[in-house]
Design a protein around this ligand. Structure first.
Ligand SMILES: [Zn+2]
Length: 440
């Protein structure tokens, strides 16, 4: 690392130790490996495998046995295990995905795979999603091994391919074909959460995702009488469908008081936060508080002078935990009796205890590095690899700790041009994660 520019230091932030310096090195090295996942086999290179090999080599170097699984050329994941001291404690899966979403290079000020640092900010695809955590985990795994640190629980370090396209060749494939790699695991830690959002009085809330919404699609079909376009009919499928789509677009589903939402409101309010004024966290929190249905695809007709007999619309439906049945009834009421609804197979929502031992460990680790930090559970409105691990009974948490300035919107960096993260936030995250993995 010869091109590290002087960092803009936060008053009071400790100097980075060898662990933080090493983590930053790995994060930058991984960003420089272009592992874009386009979701289409024809345009995906071998970046994920090159990243997995980088991780594997650095784990081997300190004596780990690793398993590298490559179900399709170029789509590798790598797993290693470190034994803990308490044989009765279930293993913890600490995981990160090695793929990133595509970039439009001309939208970037800095090279997306350059890992440049300017004014203490690291730029590059994967800076927060999520080569940051991959680099932290790799540095911590190596340090534990080198220094003979024995964590309380078995740790399973997992670096997955293909998260950004649903984990088909990554976590999902491993869960379906190599479940023994996760034997004994009861909990997992990964994205999306851990970053700070401001609380009054220069204090911070650190969000931890204890639940994720489920995903499904609904297809609305309207039927009518086919007719010539020159003779309008009251029985027009396109018109009927359009009314239903508009009703869905205008509908707000009721707030679902899940355990996670209740816990968020309680803890955030107790910490002095105003739940009605969440700043840039509002969209994230609000989307997790109710079911949503977004019309995304329309299909009707094929000729200007023919009124078609049917018309259909596809809705992207996101479902809070415990609402899989309720959302079907709610949507049927919104679109009315003259619309047929067919549902695709669900990817169920997941919800882990928001008050278990691990959440206490997260709080202790944050408190040690930020005495004015409170860990607050929330419901992630999206999906991560934790959903795949949940099929093995592994309860997933989203927590990649980053202490950021009050005006820095970490979630806003996900998939964005000029994706970036303050270097000091990475140092903080490395220290907190080291504590979490040691004590979990
Ligand atoms: Zn991600």
């Amino acid at each position: 690392m010869t091109d590290v520019t002087p960092l803009a230091t936060d008053a009071g932030a400790p100097d980075p130790g060898p662990l933080e310096v090493e983590a930053l090195e790995h994060i930058r090295a991984l960003i420089r490996i272009d592992s874009v996942n386009t979701g289409e086999a024809a345009t995906i290179g071998d970046g994920e495998t090159r990243a997995a090999r980088y991780v594997q080599e650095h784990l081997h170097e300190v004596g780990y046995d690793t398993v590298l699984v490559e179900p399709r050329p170029g789509r590798a994941s790598v797993i290693a295990r470190l034994a803990g001291s308490d044989p009765d404690a279930g293993a913890l899966v600490a995981h990160a995905h090695l793929d990133v979403v595509p970039v439009t290079a001309e939208d970037w000020t800095y090279p997306p795979f350059g890992a440049d640092i300017h004014d203490g900010i690291l730029y590059g695809r994967g800076a927060v999603d999520m080569k940051d955590f991959a680099g932290m985990l790799l540095a911590i795994a190596r340090t534990f091994r080198r220094d003979g640190v024995v964590p309380r629980r078995d740790l399973i370090f997992a670096f997955f391919a293909d998260e950004e396209a649903g984990g088909v060749w990554g976590a999902r494939w491993l869960v379906e074909h190599r479940p023994e790699l996760f034997a004994g695991a009861t909990e997992a830690i990964s994205e999306v959460g851990g970053f700070s959002i401001p609380l009054p009085g220069d204090r911070r809330a650190y969000l931890v995702a204890t639940a994720e919404k489920g995903v499904t699609t609904a297809t609305l079909t309207a039927r009518g009488r086919a007719a010539h376009g020159s003779r309008p009919t009251a029985d027009n499928a396109v018109v009927r469908l359009a009314r239903a789509v508009a009703a869905v677009g205008e509908h707000r589903f009721p707030v679902a008081r899940t355990a996670t939402l209740q816990r968020f409101v309680d803890v955030y309010a107790r910490a002095g936060g105003d739940v009605d004024d969440l700043g840039f966290a509002a969209s994230l929190i609000n989307a997790g508080s109710r079911n949503t249905a977004s019309p995304t695809v329309l299909a009707a007709g094929g000729k200007a002078n023919v009124i078609p007999a049917s018309a259909s619309a596809t809705l992207d439906v996101r479902v809070v935990p415990g609402q899989a049945e309720a959302v079907r009834e709610q949507l049927a009421a919104v679109v009315g009796d003259d619309i047929e609804i067919t549902w695709a197979r669900d990817i169920p929502a997941i919800e882990a205890p928001a008050d278990g031992r691990l959440v206490g460990v997260l709080q202790d680790a944050v408190s040690a590095e930020d005495p004015d930090g409170t860990v607050v559970p929330y419901l992630l409105p999206a999906s991560t690899d934790n959903k795949h691990l949940a099929r093995l009974g592994i309860r997933g948490y989203g927590f990649v700790p980053l202490r950021v300035p009050a005006d820095f919107d970490v979630f806003g960096q996900f998939h964005a041009a000029d994706e970036c993260v303050p270097v000091e936030a990475l140092h903080f995250g490395t220290r907190v994660t080291e504590r979490v993995l040691r004590e979990a």
